[in-house]
Design a protein around this ligand. Sequence first.
Ligand code: FAD
Ligand code: SIN
Length: 521
Amino acid sequence: MKRTHANFLIIGSGIAGLFYALKVAKYGKVIIVTKDKKEESNTRYAQGGIAAVWDMSHDSIEKHIEDTIIAGAGLNDEKIVRMVVSEGPKRVKELIELGARFDKIDNEHYDLAKEGGHTEKRILHYKDITGWEIERTLLEAALKHPNIQILENHFTIDIITQHHLGEIVTSQRTDIECYGAYVLNKLNNEIITVLSNVTVIATGGIGQAYAVTTNPSIATGDGIAMFYRAKGLVKDMEFIQFHPTALYEGKTNEQSFLITEAIRGFGAILRNKSGEAFMKKYDEREELAPRDIVARAIDNEMKIHGSDHVYLDCRHLDRKEFIDHFPNIYNKCMSIGIDPFVDMIPVAPAMHYLCGGIQVDKDGRTSIQRVYAIGECACTGLHGANRLASNSLLEALVFAHNAAEHSIISFNNYIIPDGIPDWNAEGTSHPEEMVLITQARKELQQIMTAYVGIVRSSVRLKRAWDRLELLYQENEALYEKTTVNQPICELRNLICIAYLITKHALRRKKSIGLHYIIDEK
Ligand code: FAD
Ligand code: SIN
């Protein structure tokens, strides 16, 4: 298969891509390309749950809106916040109708949890593996649908635009169109031209740009990078969310295990190296302050005490209830010799979520015609300068629905022009030294962690900029002569993402939300 055709090409099989696929499948042929096993995604690791106003006897849409805007430091788009919070419960109901099981306290009532920044209990969850349950539900439904084809181990290299027809495409052009994508079949190294009326970027996060992250190795920002290369508009990349409590195991460059914020909602206390409960020094909401505040407080305590972690104290919590709610976390801790009822859990902040991304409107439409972006790779305006916990899964559902509704009515008008060439691999050969690629990826992760992390300064940002420039030059030279493969493409994408984060961070001179700069002007 060198060339194939779809009505809807979806890049990514997380919550956003799969929910969209299920909505459009009855209108045409859907191809989902996904670069690893079909279930591998950020979605699969989501723990805490999905925020939605569910119990109107104590909660309200207005309260959820207010919490979202307070967490986002007011930089949110209020209309979008209102839309997501109001429409969200309907979309969650659809997920339940598809078979997602959320924990209940009795036949009628869901067991709603509370997380940082929420003034009410409104998080639906399945134990502490909510993402796994959502991914299972959506994949099962997608696999049954005759119009949906899922291509696992298929890595998207670039989207196809007029550039591939020989036209000059600059970011000034407002008529850039997309006709599909070039996709590498990792099993036989063939590059397929997938032509499609509509292309949906649902490629998730960018955690791998940092040395310590809760994101799996697939989170390399590919969709954002390929969209930016195609001259599309990208926004708010400086807002990098660090989760306050990833399990500290002393490792870098691999996925850190998350200790969900819901545990703090359950009563766990953060303590520094001396055993002091420190959060009251930083915020009256203490352990349940929004994430940017808690992560900075931990960072500060680590610096004061010269330690590389703090502790989460669960020893006073009810053992049975804890194991009932957090079996995955309990088992993980026990597997590495930490009994949460005897020992405190060592935790440290880790890169977790990107608030910025591909700029979209309320329907997930981007600045490139025929391209929608949904899920974590999109910047919708919901999160502002800092995402409220458990709002991401909700956002993915709402925007997947809106994008589906919009594309169903328009995809038939999108004609694919003749003459789109296949991938040109002339003049390239297989890389002789993979170490150049693996080492550069680690270097990039160290640069971003050291200089573009939780606390920034103009000197650190400038240093990152200079180091990234060098990595960029070296990698472009290597890319030009190398037969494409996943590692070099991911590195190229990560360099692009790191460049965008640093560029946007340099542009924002004042601290706000997740962007904290010590020498603000
Ligand atoms: P993903 O689920 O990441 O899916 C992206 C897909 O794109 C993957 O299938 C990937 O393989 C594919 N892909 C990427 N690049 C390419 C390419 N080049 N070619 C082909 N395929 C590609 N949010 C909440 O709201 N509540 C939570 O409790 C919560 N907990 C979290 C816990 C953890 C540990 C993590 C990491 C995140 C958590 N989040 C949570 C955030 C949330 O899980 C993600 O933002 C959300 O799942 C993203 O969904 P998505 O569909 O946009 O992307
Ligand atoms: C968590 O469970 O703490 C993560 C929730 C989120 O990222 O929204």
